[in-house]
Design a binder for this molecule. Structure first.
Ligand code: SF4
Length: 363
């Protein structure tokens, strides 16, 4: 079996780590090339025109995985009120029409998520024993948590570093080192080492960065190619970015704490209630609630990311202006037509507005 996966942020690193711990060779796990313009072109060429960007990009990844020899493909599936529910079926049909005889194995991200991952691992590893699966899973997840921990420091450092680009360089080194680590202890050591390194980056003592929260649809929020490296671009403009969503948070709650009755979105859903009383699919309900929560916490602004034609985020986008909590929101809609210079111009104008508001309030 040669298993291929689509990209989604750094997810390939824990997946690779799990596969290595399970004794899989490079030929048995196919990580497609990093998402690129070619990936997007392939996805756009073979997807229905109206499909959302995550559909097109993951289809492009899966085509590239098949080109590299994958015969089994992993894709998410959900039962929510959006298109994710038909990604796998539809993409499988497109790949068959293109002549790839790849078999799809789906991962339920709506219900029984932990069980779904465990059974998927059992299935693609020819019935490996449970203890081996569990220990490899822990190793992979350890890498995911390490990367997200370092990224939090990077988000704070980018805004205030004296030499722009230093934090990004260190972060790239950290990703490579953690990817190559072969033991859990080594991962822990690297996490501390790189967090310390980032904390020692020379910073501008006079800097008082505006604080922005990034919210929206999970795929464009967490996939840097899809969001055109928006966090890096904001860092260049001296903006401190906060983001509630991360893959490690999803793992922590969806795979473990939700089973104990702990709901990570409880506060956010409560904040959204006066404006939206129910789930509208994807991350739409959370986007409305996050706007309210971050306004109450005194953030300077919100950047709301969404794929063009994403129904849940269109609902959120239209509700947000009517909340009584006053905070500027910039919605950025991504599709294959969008160009990075256009996004940067909008970010510059938005950051100017946030600075002007601060000045007016005498901050
Ligand atoms: S939430 Fe939006 S972008 Fe994500 S799968 Fe659903 S429709 Fe597509």
């Amino acid at each position: 079996m040669r298993v291929g996966i689509p990209h989604f942020g750094n997810v390939y690193i824990p997946v690779k780590a799990m596969a290595q711990k399970l004794g899989a060779s490079d030929k048995e796990l196919i990580i497609p090339p990093p998402t690129s313009q070619r990936t997007l072109d392939l996805g756009v060429k073979y997807s229905p025109t109206e499909a959302c960007l995550p559909y097109k990009l993951t289809l492009g990844n899966l085509i590239e995985a098949c080109e590299s020899g994958a015969d089994t493909l992993i894709q998410a599936r959900g039962t929510g009120i959006c298109r994710l529910g038909y990604y796998a079926k539809n993409q499988e049909q497109i790949l068959h029409d293109l002549g790839y005889d790849a078999h799809f194995v789906t991962l339920d991200v709506s219900h029984h998520k932990l069980l779904s991952i465990m059974h998927l691992m059992k299935r693609v590893t020819n019935n490996t024993s449970w203890p081996k699966i569990i220990s490899s899973f822990r190793f992979g997840i350890g890498k995911l948590f390490a990367l997200d921990k370092i990224e939090k420091v990077v988000q704070r450092t980018r805004a205030v570093e004296l030499k722009k680009g230093t934090a990004n360089r260190i972060y790239r080194e950290a990703i490579k080192a953690i990817d190559e680590a072969i033991e859990g202890r080594e991962v822990k050591k690297l996490t501390k080492q790189y967090a310390d390194k980032l904390n020692q980056v020379p910073k501008d003592p006079t800097a008082d960065p505006v604080k922005v929260s990034i919210i929206g649809e999970i795929y464009v929020v967490l996939e840097p190619f899809a969001n055109m490296d928006i966090e890096i671009e904001l860092g260049k403009l001296g903006v401190e970015v906060e983001r509630t969503m991360s893959l490690s948070r999803w793992v922590k709650y969806s795979l473990f704490l939700n089973y104990l009755g702990i709901d990570e979105w409880k506060e956010v859903h409560k904040a959204a209630m006066p404006y939206l009383k129910r789930d509208v699919g994807g991350d739409g309900w959370e986007s409305v609630g996050e706007k309210v929560v971050h306004a109450q916490k005194g953030y300077d602004g919100i950047i709301h990311l969404a794929p063009f034609t994403c129904m849940p985020e269109i609902v959120a986008q239209n509700i947000m202006p009517s909340t009584k909590e006053d905070i500027p929101v910039l919605t950025v809609l991504y599709d294959e037509q969008m160009a990075k210079p256009g996004m940067i111009t909008r970010l510059e104008a938005f950051v100017d507005l946030l600075k002007f508001r601060r000045k007016r309030r005498g901050i």
